[in-house]
Design a protein around this ligand. Structure first.
Ligand code: ATP
Ligand code: SF4
Ligand code: MG
Length: 391
């Protein structure tokens, strides 16, 4: 079977995307190699869906997210947004389309200009895209956006340093929403926040998604958070997408040995289940993306490769991301064996909230906010006396 996107209702279609960074040396900055941060990945993000993206540090998650909205130029392949190939657009055409796609960064401290007031930070994209008739309408919109993300609408004249981390992330979210986007890359949006604040910001993102029918690429390290928010999950290893499927498939019947190894590292709170579980410890360092292993990039650390007696095709043939079950793809020559294995499955909690059916384009049902299972109960408010109520 092919690895091409198989859904006609895709908002984002990524085909054979590559993003390489040059390695230079010497006085004349001669190119001596390249970091293959993203190396030939193909997938789609469906309208209204949240696609979670996980994988070890440096595997190419952020580079993928940025390339999807052309904050990073692709070295090869294409990214289609609602049918338009972003990689072929002129700067002017791209600016027009940019309005429909935004990004929320991990670090709410460095992503907001400390010399600008909150009002100017949020109104900047409104001005850039001419979205308000006059100054009064613009400031009214800024106040609406602050209220929408659970902040006091009268905070427009304050500076970022006057806010807590969670509040700053809310300002970043308000700025992203200012242009009424359809697609948002959320690059580790809660990782830098206090545990007590993480659930609040996660719930805010879920509420906003439901209210505005947003499509997210949600990048995170925390597998429970990703399970909680995602409709499908992608797993990356060393610049490759190695598995893609709904959370039940990825977390309960993973078809890639790497996914099983990742899950195996997550502790289970139930001591009985923890004792029963077969763990695999990933040995060896992550190889360099400047010089990835031949064949399957995971073969230097793969427990199944060892178990199977080191089959030659693992070292010589790069496995394609192929269908292994309904809506479930894995890039392993021995995915069938991996599927049968009882290694590593952690039964990570994180029930999916009731969601609409994708692909119908109708019936966006409001969903009550749910406390994230992975994080502590949030305090009543994020230190600002405001609720996270939207609208
Ligand atoms: N601007 C750059 N120049 C050179 N190499 C880069 C650049 N940005 C990223 N890389 C390299 O590309 C690879 C992928 O980086 P990326 O930031 O996408 O990983 P990531 O999965 O987001 O990691 P993390 O979980 O730590 O955020 C890494 O090896 C990184 O060092
Ligand atoms: S193709 Fe071989 S080395 Fe790669 S994940 Fe599968 S079993 Fe392991
Ligand atoms: Mg990153």
């Amino acid at each position: 079977m092919t690895n091409a996107g198989d859904n006609g209702n895709a908002l984002i279609q990524v085909e054979n995307l590559q993003v390489f960074f040059p390695i230079t040396a010497g006085l004349f900055q001669r190119r001596v190699g390249e970091v293959r941060a993203v190396d030939d990945i193909t997938f789609e993000i469906r309208k209204g869906e949240t696609l979670g993206l996980v994988g070890e540090s440096g595997c190419g998650k952020s580079t993928t997210g940025r390339a999807l909205i052309r904050l990073r130029e692709a070295t090869g392949g294409s990214v289609r947004f609602d049918g338009t190939d972003l990689t072929q657009l002129s700067t002017r055409e791209l600016r027009r389309l940019r309005r429909r796609m935004q990004i929320i960064f991990q670090d709410p401290y460095s992503s907001l200009n400390p010399r600008m007031t909150v009002g100017s930070i949020i109104s900047e994209p409104i001005e850039t895209h001419n979205l308000a008739a006059n100054k009064q309408a613009k400031m009214q919109r800024v106040r609406e956006l602050l209220a929408l993300v659970g902040l006091n609408p009268n905070y427009t004249n304050r500076y970022p340093h006057e806010f807590s981390g969670g509040q700053r992330q809310r300002i970043g979210i308000a700025r992203a929403l200012a242009v009424e986007p359809e697609f948002i890359v959320c690059d580790e949006p809660i990782s830098a926040l206090d545990v007590s604040i993480q659930a609040q910001v996660l719930n805010l993102l879920i509420e906003l998604r439901e209210q505005f029918g947003l499509t997210y690429l949600f990048i995170a390290h925390d597998l429970s958070v990703v399970r909680h928010i995602s409709d499908r999950v992608g797993v990356m290893y060393l610049g490759k997408l190695v598995e893609l499927g709904p959370p039940t498939a990825i977390y309960e019947t993973p078809g890639h040995p790497y996914t099983r190894a990742l899950l195996s590292a997550v502790p289970i709170p139930d001591p009985k289940a923890e004792r029963r579980r077969k763990r695999v410890i990933l040995t060896g360092d992550v190889p360099s993306p400047a010089n990835p292993p031949s064949g399957c990039r995971f073969h230097t650390r793969c427990w199944l490769y060892e178990q199977l007696g080191r089959p030659e095709n693992c070292r010589t043939e790069d496995p394609e991301l192929r269908v292994v079950a309904t809506d479930h793809r894995a890039a392993c020559h021995y995915a069938e064996e991996a599927l049968q294995s009882d290694v590593g499955v952690a039964h990570i909690a994180g029930e999916q909230p009731q969601r609409r059916a994708f692909g119908t384009g109708v019936g966006v049902a409001p969903v009550a906010p749910v406390a994230a299972t992975a994080v502590a109960e949030p305090p009543p408010a994020d230190g600002d006396g405001q609720s996270t109520k939207t609208g």
